[in-house]
Design a protein around this ligand. Structure first.
Ligand code: ATP
Length: 249
């Protein structure tokens, strides 16, 4: 038994665990009610993917690890769903690639910002950004544009899991290299990403960390080669094909 009263070999274990974590997130003021809807959408796509990391997603996760290791100033963006689902795993990835963690909310409230920061700190995050909000993403309305000037504002590479399409687009226009995790290959966020990862964040984050640890000894040219060999359009097409063909396990 784990954090839910269901054995790990239960066929629906992963989706039940995910639902449980999101529900807990809402109860603790970390996740918004809209986050419940986003979770439902993601779950439907994951079901069609067979709740597994497809080969093209693993390649994207490897390219993401290489891109984060190459970055001068990488930032991992965290919203209410990300915090509820993978807080310790985000802290671990930040350590593996030497990245900042920044809270970045679509529905920003001071209470939720604080609750997420406390939750991340409970899991070992030392320097949580996003609370200063002294920077802006151009072409977005006031609340949604807020970032830390020395966090996402100054980042060259940003990991934005489960991001809203408008903000993903606006970040791209700022010249940031974006790595997006989204189970919907047709979402605008996935479409504008330099590296779209079509996988459940629960599987994606630990896998990026594993790749990053394995690539730690790779030199600049080897990392750049991995990034250059990655084709975002081919990855999105492979994910869409897997969903449409529905090779359900
Ligand atoms: P866009 O504006 O990019 O088209 P959207 O407005 O449809 O996106 P939301 O409804 O905010 O997006 O949902 C967030 C996205 O996150 C959805 O595309 C959903 O598939 C995805 N998602 C939800 N849960 C997960 C998860 N656990 N792992 C990966 N992706 C997820």
């Amino acid at each position: 038994m784990s954090e839910i009263e269901i054995p790990e070999d239960h066929p629906r274990y992963q989706s039940l665990l995910t639902r449980h974590r999101i529900e807990e997130g809402v109860n603790r003021g970390i996740t918004s009610k809209q986050g419940l809807i986003a979770e439902g959408r993601g779950e439907a796509f994951d079901y069609l993917l067979g709740e597994r990391t497809i080969e093209s997603a693993d390649a994207a996760e490897r390219a993401a690890a290489a891109q984060l290791l190459l970055a001068d100033h990488p930032v991992l963006s965290v919203n209410g769903n990300v915090a509820a689902l993978v807080a310790p795993e985000i802290v671990d990835l930040a350590e593996a690639v030497d990245a900042d963690i920044e809270i970045n909310l679509f529905n920003r409230t001071a209470e939720r910002m604080e609750a997420i920061a406390a939750h991340l700190r409970d899991h070992g995050a030392e320097n949580v950004k996003g609370l200063t909000a002294d920077g802006r993403i151009p072409n977005l309305s006031h609340e949604r544009a807020k970032v830390d000037a020395d966090g996402i504002g100054a980042a060259d590479v940003v990991l934005v899991p489960l991001e809203d399409g408008d903000r993903a687009e606006a970040l791209g226009e700022m010249g940031k290299t974006e790595i997006v995790i989204d189970l919907n290959p047709l979402s605008r966020s996935a479409q504008v990403a330099a590296i779209p990862i079509v996988d459940n964040i629960i599987r994606a984050i630990p896998n990026i960390t594993d790749h990053a640890r394995e690539l730690r000894t790779a030199d600049h040219d080897q990392l750049a080669e991995i990034v250059a060999a990655f084709d975002p359009e081919a990855a999105l097409a492979a994910a869409e094909a897997a969903i449409r063909e529905g090779e359900l396990a």
